[in-house]
Design a protein around this ligand. Structure first.
Ligand code: FE
Ligand code: CA
Length: 518
């Protein structure tokens, strides 16, 4: 890492290539820090062929009021280099960290080369951040030979350690997709699964912006999560726990007045934006935040990142498992909402990509349970919005969408499935593949119940693999012929140093429907 004098010298000695960002003409405080302001790490995200978002949040005392910052704006400098030693600076500038956004910084750096690895670093008040790695996307017209990324979800802090992120940070990845449950909002107890008490202000279930900020500060303090962010750009989307368990649009699970709940949602959404490497179009507008968006990796892959919480209808059957019913098949009940559905279909129709990847949250495949009351379905996942799901399956079939691969979080289980035009008919056309990944740390199924789950899966031939005991994440290696998914499993989630090993590999061959064991 570069020391203060080197950084200031590099900033001062404007080489020919260096272009300063437009500098906002306001009076900014020059802070003096008694301790490191970069306690929450740094991150990058949403790569394009010529740029990437750089993120940090100043918090010298992360669990104190305002993260330990005075309530005034300060200036943060940033640099992007072609080398890890931060000697060959290619871009640099200044950004404002304001108290209105929790002293977070979102720099939309541009002017970079496509498909290149870069390193970046922040400086504020004479203190430099760690140096972190990022990577731009290939040029829009490019025909890339290879892409390698990871996807992950569900990192309940009190449930265990982030050995999965430690392992992920050691991999050479073009990007990481985070599919939600980045935080959990539940009340934190002193006797949690980490055996590590949390500061008192962090304990209550967050309702206000300040409380959500504290919750993110706790999660972001984890060194292994910071290492994963420092190793590759993240593309994030959310699920329910970023706000509240199983919320749906403007409805919480307690039947609160929607107008009241939307105030809480606005606080949660703002805290989410403040802590994620997101671009300006994703800045919150009141209780709204447009998170669904598309990223392109040349003609090799397109990512249509979905938001299945903000626009959805309330869960059917009072959020309890339900048999097939007119309610589940009511076409007006939606997960995506009309606008997002239209946007998704338009993008998939126009896509020239070999792989059409759809990162999202809930099981999209049909997944029946067979209990004493007969066949039932989860109503929080796509089975609870079967009409919209079936409509999407029909679209994938009729529009001949090439190589649709749905990536899924939420369930804390590994599940590999063919997506069918008609899930009740095994001979029905396969219209895509779903790869669901287990949680980073959140609890899975009881090992004693595994045989029951296996029986349930065996009865549904479109389901190819199920495993719900292990924690972990998934890496995907794509070339123009093959999509390979490697499932990684953590031995012991209670141990940050736990070994992580490969548990299973699945492959999809381009233009051949269905997923196979690799
Ligand atoms: Fe979860
Ligand atoms: Ca969830």
């Amino acid at each position: 890492m570069m020391n203060r004098r080197e950084l200031l010298a590099a900033l001062g000695g404007a080489a020919g290539l260096v272009i300063l960002q437009p500098y906002e003409r306001i009076l900014l405080a020059r802070p003096r820090f008694a301790s490191n302001p970069f306690t929450l790490g740094v991150a990058s995200g949403d790569p394009t062929p010529d740029g990437v978002v750089l993120w940090t949040r100043l918090a010298p005392d992360p669990f104190a009021k305002g993260g330990g910052m005075e309530p005034q704006a300060v200036e943060v400098r940033w640099q992007i280099a072609a080398d890890e030693g931060m000697k060959k600076i290619v871009r640099q500038g200044r950004a404002q960290a304001s108290p209105e956004l929790g002293h977070s910084v979102h720099v939309e750096a541009d002017g970079l080369e496509p498909a290149r690895t870069y390193w970046y670093q922040f400086e504020c008040g004479g203190v430099t951040s760690p140096v972190a790695r990022t990577r731009t996307a290939p040029a829009f017209g490019a025909r890339p030979e290879k892409l390698r990324f990871a996807f992950a979800s569900c990192q309940n802090w009190p449930a265990g350690h982030y050995a999965a992120f430690r392992h992920m940070a050691e991999q050479d990845l073009d990007l990481v997709l985070h599919l939600g449950d980045y935080i959990y909002e539940g009340r934190l107890r002193p006797d949690n699964g980490r055996g590590q008490d949390v500061p008192v202000p962090v304990r209550p279930e967050p309702q206000s912006l300040e409380q959500y900020r504290l919750r993110y500060a706790l999660y972001k303090s984890d060194p292994l999560l910071q290492a994963a962010h420092a190793a590759a750009p993240f593309v994030v989307t959310w699920d329910d726990h970023e706000v509240e368990n199983n919320y749906a649009g403007d409805k919480d699970q307690n039947g609160s007045d929607p107008a009241e709940f939307l105030k809480r949602r606005a606080a949660a959404y703002q805290a989410y934006y403040e802590h994620m490497p997101l671009r300006k179009p994703q800045a919150p507008k009141g209780s709204d935040l447009q998170l669904y968006r598309r990223l392109k990796y040349g003609d090799l892959a397109e990512f249509s990142v979905l938001d299945t919480r903000q626009y959805r209808s309330n869960q059917a059957n009072n959020d309890k498992a339900s048999p097939r019913s007119a309610e589940l098949l009511d076409p007006s009940r939606v997960m995506l909402g009309a606008e997002q559905e239209k946007w998704l279909k338009a993008g998939l129709t126009a896509s020239g990509a070999v792989w059409n990847v759809i990162p999202q949250q809930l099981f999209m495949t049909q997944f029946a349970n067979y209990g004493p009351k007969g066949e039932t379905f989860s109503v929080d996942s796509w089975d609870g919005y079967a009409a919209e799901r079936n409509r999407l399956m029909r679209f994938l079939h009729e529009a001949k969408v090439r190589n649709a691969v749905v990536l899924t979080g939420d369930s804390h289980k590994n599940l590999v499935s063919d997506l069918k035009l008609d899930f009740d008919k095994p001979d029905s056309p396969t219209v895509g593949v779903e790869l669901a990944g287990t949680a980073i740390s959140s609890g899975g199924i009881d090992p004693d119940k595994a045989p029951e789950w296996d029986k349930r899966v065996a009865a549904q031939p479109h389901l190819k693999w199920f495993e719900g005991v292990k924690r972990g994440y998934v890496t995907c290696t794509l070339d123009r012929k093959t999509y390979r998914a490697d499932y990684w499993a953590v031995d012991d989630v209670k141990n940050a140093k736990s070994p992580v090993g490969k548990s299973m590999t699945f492959v999809v061959e381009s233009d051949r429907p269905g997923v196979q064991k690799g």
